[in-house]
Design a protein around this ligand. Structure first.
Ligand SMILES: [Zn+2]
Length: 443
């Protein structure tokens, strides 16, 4: 299997942040990474490999412990995000009308509405059930004292819903105006029957009863696999390239790095974080303390820390963060959307993203460092600066840079159709990303 086909397999397994965390950790376990509890006792020696999952189960930090304390040798960090714009179920999601049962959704991130219409949709995520005793009373968790919960990762694995388009005959202006009201028009059809039997069927597919659930985080996502397209198969059309393609490349780079170089002085960190699409302000998102606290704990619990003579925070000054999130490729049907000299092309190399308003964390210095990594890895790079008459997007780079005080560069592979249900990116670029990220870990 070549790398792009492996990415397709990864993409199929990662429709939600919960599934992404599971797939990433399963892959890392094949290379000797072991789980550790966030609230357990930690102590590390060089050469150990671990991962820690945030309590919300949507973010994971994996690390290969270096032989020197991070306060002396620094971290090599690679960050990418596990969430993608999608439709999630409302708390009371079901209604009947026009002889169908419907699922009401809420929007996560910058969803490109029209691309969700007329697609078979699958459902998955996490379902929570309160634990009860034989009399039906809620039980307490002996450790936390909170009500005890059972948590179930679920996926229907069937096209259980879809959102029908309106016929052009009923809206002659659809091609010129065609606005979509998300409250009224991004409601999915669950089936043409009544609510109770359909919910029973859906619960059976999920393996857990949705009707008696105490809570859920359930996402709709396209029931369609990514495919290689073009006569030469050089482009992958599929869901959630932003940013699961960079999660995949980061995970594979970490695996390749520990295989090629099991004994590094530096501690290598894979940071796979939720909630980028909505500003990162969650308990495990990039604005949370999860990354900083984890890195400080790794530093202080390192066997060589006491001998290093450094403060733990010194680890950040000696570190380099690569924030890996997808970039906009110049679109062949909209070439004027890019600035001259800053128009990345598909399959022409990884993109360094820069913005004078600091919407990206790259600086002249960190861009130069990343160019050096590209050169060492034999990988081409391109550059992106947004047109000055357009607003610039952002990502976790500036947040991580500010939170740690560490040098950071924002990069990503170029793609078309960011936030469409089906996005496109290049096969060669995926391969290049793994190579240069492996180089980052090895430097
Ligand atoms: Zn992104």
């Amino acid at each position: 299997m070549d790398r792009a086909d492996d990415y397709i397999e990864f993409s199929k397994a990662t429709p939600t942040p919960f599934h992404a965390v599971r797939e990433i950790t399963q892959r890392l376990e094949r290379d000797g990474f072991l789980p550790i509890e966030p609230n357990g006792a930690w102590s590390f020696r060089g050469g150990e490999r671990h991962y820690v999952i945030a309590p919300d189960q949507r973010t994971v930090i994996a690390f290969a412990v270096g032989h020197k304390a991070p306060s002396e040798a620094g971290f090599r960090i690679l960050g990418s995000h596990t969430d993608a714009p999608d439709l999630r179920l409302k708390l009371n999601p079901v209604s009947e009308g026009c002889s169908v049962t419907r699922l009401h959704t809420q929007i996560h991130g910058g969803v490109l509405y029209r691309t969700w219409l007329d697609r078979p949709l699958d459902l998955g995520g996490m379902i929570y059930h309160l634990k009860r005793d034989s009399d039906g009373r809620v039980q307490d968790d002996p450790e936390t004292g909170l009500p005890a919960l059972e948590r179930h990762l679920v996926r229907a694995n069937k096209p259980i819903a879809f959102i029908p388009e309106l016929a052009i005959h009923l809206d002659r202006k659809v091609n010129s105006e065609g606005k979509i009201n998300p409250e009224e028009q991004l409601v999915a059809v669950l089936g043409s029957g009544e609510q109770d039997p359909l919910l029973a069927q859906l619960s059976e597919l999920l393996g857990h009863d949705l009707r008696t659930a105490s809570g859920f985080d359930l996402h709709l996502f396209p029931f369609q696999d990514p495919v290689r397209v073009g006569v030469d198969g050089s482009i992958i059309l599929g869901p959630r390239h932003d940013d699961l393609a960079m999660c995949w490349a980061s995970c594979e780079a970490l695996r390749a790095s520990v295989e090629q170089c099991p004994d590094s002085d530096r501690t290598r960190v894979g940071y796979f974080v939720d909630a980028e699409e909505v500003g990162s302000m969650t308990s495990s998102g990039a604005q949370s303390s999860f990354l900083r606290h984890t890195l400080l704990r790794i530093t202080r619990q390192h066997a060589a820390y006491g001998e290093s003579g450094h403060q733990a925070e010194a680890a950040f000054q000696a570190s380099l963060v690569v924030s890996a999130d997808m970039a906009h490729a110049q679109h062949p049907n909209h070439p004027a959307k890019h600035a001259a000299g800053h128009a990345p092309q598909i399959n022409h190399g990884i993109t360094i993203k820069t913005n004078a308003n600091e919407r990206y964390a790259s600086t002249g210095e960190t861009s130069a460092l990343f160019r050096g990594l590209c050169e060492k890895a034999g990988v081409a790079f391109q550059e992106f600066v947004i047109r000055q008459d357009m607003g610039c997007g952002s990502t976790i780079g500036p947040i991580v840079a500010a939170g740690l005080g560490a040098r950071t560069v924002d990069v990503g592979i170029p793609m078309w159709g960011m936030h469409s249900t089906f996005e496109s990116c290049g096969v060669d670029d995926l391969n290049d990303a793994v190579l240069v990220f492996t180089q980052h870990y090895s430097s």
